[in-house]
Design a binder for this molecule. Structure first.
Ligand SMILES: Cc1cc2nc3c(=O)[nH]c(=O)nc-3n(C[C@H](O)[C@H](O)[C@H](O)COP(=O)(O)O)c2cc1C
Length: 203
């Protein structure tokens, strides 16, 4: 990593390459326009991520998870990054099951090293098919993940983006997210704050 640069990891919690994938890619494109930012992307689509089975292997051995699957890539990327932009489709008023499973599985690297996420920063994107379909609980769940794991939780700021980026896809996939100008505005504002806070913390 170059001097003074920050690394942002985008994670899409959708099993499809559709609206959430589009929003994360747009977030990384926008962030990447800033020459102090390096980016990486991970989507849960077609990934093998087993449920946490609470075997406590990670707690007892402190060597990571008992499973070897696509979380290996997530563990590596999450340790590489200084900041996260995590997006989820709204499922039953909250995050997708795939993203919840990914969150549960991070317990293994926290058990190995309690400081693993310290000093890192995170923001969220929620995309619902309905205008008020549960975007705010979805964002709160993403922020709860940050708070629980010693990651500084960053919203988009008052008067526009509040808890983070919120999209109404109208169930139209990528074109639905792209047509939501208000959603895009909230996304850019969220990224502006995420970058500013991460830079401040890195100084
Ligand atoms: C199982 C399931 C549950 C859903 N629940 C909600 C919901 O509670 N509220 C909502 O606004 N949209 C809901 N949707 C619609 C998706 O959130 C919406 O289409 C979103 O844009 C999908 O993201 P994607 O295009 O990245 O897959 C649901 C979709 C699925 C498949």
């Amino acid at each position: 990593m170059g001097q003074g640069k920050i690394r942002i990891l985008g994670i899409s919690g959708s099993p499809r390459l559709a609206s959430t994938d589009w929003a994360i890619r747009e977030a990384l494109r926008y962030a990447g326009e800033n020459n102090v930012v390096e980016t990486a992307y991970f989507s849960v689509m077609k990934k093998k991520i087993a449920f946490c089975i609470h075997c406590d292997h990670c707690i007892r051995k402190r060597k990571g998870c008992i499973f070897t699957d696509d979380m290996e890539e997530v563990y590596e990327l999450m340790q590489w990054a200084d900041a996260y932009i995590i997006g989820s489709p709204v499922y039953q008023g909250n995050i997708s099951g795939q993203l919840k499973t990914l969150f549960d599985r991070t317990r293994a690297i926290l058990a190995k090293d309690i400081h693993v996420f310290e000093g890192k920063v995170g923001s969220g994107i929620a995309i619902g098919g309905d205008r008020t379909g549960g975007q705010e609980p979805t964002l709160r769940t993403i922020h709860d993940f940050y708070i629980l794991n010693h990651i500084f939780s960053v919203g988009g700021g008052a008067f526009g983006a509040n808890l983070g980026a919120s999209f109404w896809s109208k169930d139209k996939g990528a074109s639905g997210a792209e047509a939501d100008k208000q959603g895009i505005k909230s996304l850019h504002r969220t990224l502006d704050r995420l970058i500013a806070v991460t830079l401040k913390l890195k100084k």
